[in-house]
Structure formats: C-alpha cells, structure tokens
Design a protein around this ligand. Structure first.
Ligand code: GDP
Length: 363
C-alpha cells in the first residue's frame, strides 16, 4: 500500500495524532486488523461519494479505500550524525512515500519542549536540516563512486556524476531535492538515490484546544514556510481529534456540528495525505458491495483493473465506465445506460477520479 510517515520533533503530538488516526479506523468492523504494527496503521479514506453510491445501490456492504500512516518517532537534532538512534529513524523515513510533518503550535507549560520553547520555524528548520544532511551523505557517497568510474572516459557516467554534483550543491544551499529541476533522463538517477528531501511534504500545525481556528501566529508561520515550498498545511488539534476519534458516527457528527465543523481535522488530514501521494479513487458498485479502489493519477484501465485482481489485468478486454456525476444524476447504472452515459473504454483509457467501473476480461 501507499504510506505517509508522520515525522516531527519529540513532544509535538505525533503519537497523539497517529493514535487518533488508527483508533478512528478501528471502530469499523471491516478492518479489524487496523494496526498491523504498533507504528503502522491502516486508515480509511473518508469519501462522501461512497455513501451516495450506496444510497442508490443499497449493497450488502460498503468498503472504503485505505492508506497507511507510519508513526516515525525519534527524529531529533543530530539524527543524521547518529544522535539518538538517528540513522535508524531516517531509514524509516526512507521507506515511506510521503512525509506528514507535525509542527507544535500549541503552548502548554505541562508539555516539555525539547528545545525549551515553542518555535515552529526553528523546529521545521531542525527537521529539514537533518533530512538534508542525511541526503547529503547519500549523494556524496554516490558521487564519489561515480566520479571514480567516470574517469574511464564514459560520457554517460560523466553526465551522471555531474548530476549528483548538482544535487549536492542544491542540498548544501538548503534546497530540497524535490525542488531541483531535472531532466527526463535524470529522473531515474534521482529516484535511485531514495532521498528524503525528494518526498512530498504536508505540514500539520498542531494547535491548542482553544485555538481550533488556528489564529495563533505560530500557525501563520508554518503556513508561510509551506507556501514558500509549494506545500500544503492542515491545522488540527491532536488532543481534540483524539476525543473525536473515540466517538461513533452519529456522536461524531453531532460533536462536529456543535463546533461548526463539517468534517474532523483528521478526515481532512487523511484526504490531504491521499492527494499528497498522488492517489485517486475509482468505484465498483454492485449489489454485493460498493467499493472504493485506489490508483495513482494517470493509471490506465488494465492496471486499474489489476488493483482488484491480477487476472483482471492479464485478461483485460474493456471497461464499462460511468463518471460519478453521471451515475448520480441518472440514479444508477440502468439509468446511465439508458441515457447513453455508459462508455466502453479500452486499454489506453486513463481512469479518472470518481469513475464507476465494470471490467470485462478473459479468464
Ligand atoms: P510525540 O512525541 O510527537 O509523539 O508527542 P505526543 O503525541 O506523545 O504528545 C506529547 C505531549 O503533548 C502529550 O502529553 C500530549 O498529550 C500533548 N499534546 C499532543 N497534542 C496536543 C494538543 O493538541 N494540545 C495540547 N495541549 N497538548 C497536546
């Protein structure tokens, strides 16, 4: 599956948020195995469209799609130099697809801050520096190796070593790898480096219980950094989310309505995490189940079918597709067919977010 690693300094609220995320999912009977590892949680992706489809189809069961969150504790200043088992934690970050960076924006004298005061800008800089230093280490090693090989006069190797030198220079200037402009040929080299600063980032401003709107200047500071990087930010209060996560569906709705909110901060976080990973959803809708399936943006029909079963991909013939809005407007599959809103699509069709799909395949 696709996963987001939750990172941040100690005591910023990572575990609180992670536990809320996983306990919210644990309430669902469909995923009793919500926690596969103490630090890895499978979290349902909230999607209203699934409920609308279910209203039309009245299936036996409704299955949302999921993503994984990984609680990566232990990142501290000096981690890249091996401080506090640092390398081990950086290794965990290497294995995730995207980074959710939790930043403490709540003042609470009862919660110790590792650096003695609450300062989101400094905190973000500490984490960024550790990630960049770890990357610098990886790039330097690679550069040394390839530079040596390039002495043979091989043009391609020379280009490759020049590329690593360019990444190294950017990192030294505080530019994350994801911000370096690279050519098509170079993408493979970059991917093979598995750099931490190449991963997409979502900032979480963890605010105090009495500042749900995020009016504290700390939040604006995080927002400014995010904006400058072209990253997104979500404001949540970990403590309150932990309480909301304990509530069942109706209680949760009532609680949120009382606070004037349409969805919980966690729901927003999960949706934004899904987008951060470049994922979209298509649906299958039958009497047995209405179900959401996850694919990366740009996935073609056979590969999308393969998410359900590899046989669907191997024996793919064509897909019957109704876009979500058409499906809804026509009141379901039969209506959509009547109105000519069902399309037959072939191997080259790029599946769109919200498509209601039915695959035809050979066995
Ligand atoms: P981690 O080290 O980043 O995983 O942080 P924890 O989730 O363990 O939280 C550290 C402390 O901060 C705990 O005592 C939490 O209860 C507290 N905490 C987390 N989120 C909030 C919040 O939104 N408001 C307040 N006041 N305290 C919080």
């Amino acid at each position: 599956g696709f996963n987001c690693g939750i990172v941040g300094l100690p005591n910023v609220g990572k575990s609180t948020i992670f536990n809320a995320l996983t306990s919210a999912g644990a309430e669902s009977a469909n995923y009793p195995f919500c926690t596969i590892d103490p630090n890895v949680g499978i979290v349902q992706v909230p999607d209203e469209r699934l409920d609308r489809l279910a209203e039309i189809v009245a299936p036996e069961r409704i299955l949302p799609t999921t993503i994984e969150f990984v609680d990566i504790a232990g990142l501290v200043k000096g981690a890249s130099q091996g401080e506090g088992l640092g390398n081990q934690f950086l290794g965990h970050i290497r294995s995730v697809d995207a980074i959710v960076h939790v930043v403490r924006c709540f003042d609470d004298e009862n919660v110790v801050h590792v650096s003695g005061s609450v300062d989101p800008v400094r905190d973000i800089e500490i984490i960024q520096a550790e990630l960049a230093l770890a990357d610098l280490d990886s790039v330097e090693k690679k550069l040394q190796r390839v530079e040596k090989q390039a002495k043979s006069g091989d043009k391609k190797l020379k280009e490759e070593s020049e590329f690593y030198a360019r990444i190294k220079q950017a990192l030294e200037q505080g530019i994350p790898a994801r911000k370096v402009e690279i050519g098509v040929d170079e993408q493979l080299w970059l991917r093979d480096l598995h750099l931490l600063t190449d991963k997409p980032v979502l900032y979480v401003a963890n605010v105090a219980e009495d500042d749900l709107a995020g009016t504290h200047p700390f939040v604006a500071q995080v927002g400014e950094i995010a904006a400058a990087e072209g990253a997104r930010m979500v404001t949540i209060c970990g403590r309150i989310e932990a309480e909301i996560a304990e509530l069942d569906g109706d209680e949760k709705k009532a609680f949120l309505a009382e606070m004037g909110l349409s969805e919980s901060g966690l729901d927003r976080l999960v949706r934004m995490g899904y987008e951060l990973l470049g994922l979209i959803t298509y649906f299958t809708a039958g009497k047995k189940e209405v179900r959401a399936w996850t694919i990366p943006v740009g996935t073609k029909a056979p590969q999308a079918a393969g998410v359900i079963h590899s046989d669907f991909e191997k024996g793919f013939i064509r897909a019957e597709v109704i876009s979500y809005n058409d499906y809804l407007a026509a009141g379901g599959e039969a209506g959509a067919k009547e109105k000519g809103l069902m399309r037959l699509e072939g191997k080259e069709y790029v599946v769109q977010d919200g498509d209601v799909m039915h695959f035809r395949f050979n066995v």
